[in-house]
Each structure stands twice: as C-alpha cells, then as structure tokens.
Design a protein around this ligand. Sequence first.
Ligand code: UGA
Length: 433
Amino acid sequence: MKLTIIGTGYVGLVTGTCFAEVGHQVICVDKDPEKIKLLLEGGMPIYEPGLDELVRKNVNAGRLQFTTSTGEGVERSDIIFIAVPTPPQPDGSVDLSFIETVSREIASSMTAYKIIVDKSTVPVKTGEKVAETINRYCKAKVDFDVVSNPEFLREGFAVGDFMKPDRVVVGVASQRPVQAMKDVYTPYNAPIVVTDINSAELIKHAANSFLALKISYINAVSVLCELSGANVQEVAAGMGMDTRIGRQFLDASLGFGGSCFPKDLSAFIKISEQLGYEFGLLKEVQKINATQMDRFVKKISETMWVLKGKKLGILGLAFKQNTDDVRMSPAIELCQRLQQEGVILRVHDPRAMDKAKAVLTDVTYVSDMNEVAEGCDALVIATEWPEFKQLDLERARKNLTHPILFDGRNLFNVDEMEKLGFLYKSIGRGQGA
Ligand code: UGA
C-alpha cells in the first residue's frame, strides 16, 4: 500500500520504517530540512535499537523515501498518517497546533479521496476537529475519512512493539476506511480493535494513565515496605503472578518520567476536568510520583548529612534504559536537585550524554561507567540500564572515598552489596533501605 507519514520523530520514523519492512511503499515527511538531509545521507536523528539497520534496508529496497514536502506526501499516497508532537502547555493541557497546521496542509494538497490517520496522542474529540479543519481548508472538496490509530510503542523497544503489537486500535466514523486500515496492519498478525474515534482516542490516554498508576501503586507499596521491613520486589513478584495483575510495570523506582506518562497523565486530568469530571485518582498518581523523587533525594541527603560540596557519581541520565531520550528524565531531575544543594557531579549514560549536555551543565561527563566513582563520596544509579549490573563493584568500592551506593532502580541484590562492603540504599527493600 502507499502510505505517507508526517513527522519523523520517535513515532513517525519507527512507524514509517516498520510499514516499509512489511512491504508497504512509504514516504516520510518532515518540515525540518536538516533531519531529512541526515536521513537521506543514511544518518539517524534518534537512537532506537534496531532502527538504523531497518531504515537502511528499506531505503535500499526502494520502499522508504524521505521528503520535506507535505504536498508530495499527500499526492503520492492513499493513507496519510499524522505523527507530529503534541507537547504539553503550562496548565497541563495539550498544544494541538502542529496537528492543526498539518491538517490544513493536508487539506490544501488533497485532490482525491484520502484516509487521514492520527497516530499522535491527542485528547478525545480531536478527530472531530481534524475532520472539521480538513473540510474547511480543502479547496478541491474531495471525500476523506479521519481515523484514530494511537501508537503504543515504548521508546527503546519501539521496533519490537511495532512489529509484534498486543493490539492495533482503529477508531473510525464510518465503515469506509476500515478495510484499508486492516490491509495496512494484516502483516503484523495482531488483533485489530475497531471502535468509534472518541473511544480510540480515550484508549490511548486511559492506557498510559493506567500504566502510570500501576507504577505509582508499586512505588507507594515500596514506601510501606521500607516502613515495615518487607521487600517490594518480592511483593511485586507475588502480586504479578496473578494474571489479572501481571508482573510488568511493577518495578519500584525513583519515579516514572519520559515524554509520555507525565504529559499524558496531566492531559488526561485536564481533559476529564473539561468534560466535567475531577479525576482525583490520577492526581494522586502524580503526587505519589513526585513524592517518590523527594524521598530518594531525602535518602541521599540524610545519609550524606551535609550535601554542599560533596561529590557524587551518577549512573544514568536517560529517562529509562535503551534510549538516548532525556525529556522529563527522573535522572536529570535528580541531578538538578542535587546541584541545587551544592553537590558536585560526575555523570555517565551509555547513550544519552549528548542529549543531556543541552540540559545538564556544570557536571563532568565520564565516558567509562567504571570511572564515574573516582574521587566521589557516593555513587547513585538513576536509570535501569542493564549494563550497570556489570559495573566493576570492587573498583567502584575502592574508587569511592566511602563505599556508599544509592540505587534508584533496585539493580543489585541487597545481601550481596552488603557482603561487598557497601552501604547500599535502594527502593522499598527493608527498613531504612
Ligand atoms: C510509554 C508506554 O509504555 C507506551 O505504551 C506508549 O506508547 C508510550 O508511552 C507513548 O505514549 O508514546 P515510554 O514512555 O517509551 O512508553 O516508556 P515506558 O517503558 O513506559 O517507561 C516510562 C517510565 O516509567 C520510565 O521512566 C520508566 O523507567 C518508568 N517505569 C516503567 C518504572 O519506573 N517502573 C516500571 O515498572 C516501568
């Protein structure tokens, strides 16, 4: 099928590439000429495991093309996917100006029937607005259908998530675009859930907010574990074996971050408010997440007593493993809060140091994780990169002025760390953990 994707960010580029991978003919459009130039030269604007190879493979096979022209993209395809950013506004609501601009651009280029699919995360009822806008700006007055097809990709696992989705959600206002959408997704062998547009839009916000709730729930339980002497990992394992609950997203941490959960949670609260419902449960989810960071900072400051002038090594800057993304990263927030207390930082991340440099200054960036601890008073793990489990602990212990390790991601075993001589403080594992 001939498909156009507008926006080559994390979502758009993965979507376009994974469509090409199953044989569709894909054009990716981005208004940023630098990005398109980079992609045409074989470069990658983002780090996403497995994506660069897949882009190269599909470009070489002639199935994946790049352009800055929305008109060309609209002209040459039957289905146009919108995958542009929907950033948060200061009051928590969503800025839909990119969606509106792209809708107008599509409308003014349309000369025949098109299916316009929204992939970006948007508030319920956005599809109605997109249809209204296209109607208003389409001079050719041709037929079209608007479809909501939210994405459920996790950064760092996006290619795998796209190729093997749990489900594909397709929200439609009529039956006309349904078969074409099924044809697009049939190669992925996933259940296709067809709903009305408003429900599809709600599914996305409701799903992300539920996952955020699940993390905040286990984080709240981790506080009880610290107060009672229980171990949150054992509690999560026991809870997760109930298939109605499931073990995923029950990893206690210093809080969730990223460009999705914090933003989508605020947006969902705002959307509810605008619809006349106060979603108090989700406000509590936000509060628990903020408290989790406060508790971790307090744990560090109480152990170190005076923070001013102390030198700390930080492992991890990305908002989670397998990504170079530092947007709303708990690790960056932690660094900034420690800096405010006068702490001197040596930091490392396997992938995110370049992006972190734009937001985190006055720190020493260290390229080897085993050198971070040198001359530090304590070491802190802030991101759940699996490679941190291979840290040379013996060397870290010797390099630190005092063998203190704060683990915001519970990567190590408490007993083993104590045997190695560390004062080891993690999340929700025993009293005074
Ligand atoms: C999230 C959703 O998982 C995707 O399904 C969705 O498509 C995406 O948002 C989106 O809306 O675009 P993502 O933000 O990439 O994906 O990352 P997650 O893997 O969900 O992690 C989010 C945050 O929660 C990270 O900071 C992570 O470290 C934290 N987390 C995750 C925990 O603290 N504990 C857990 O058990 C799981």
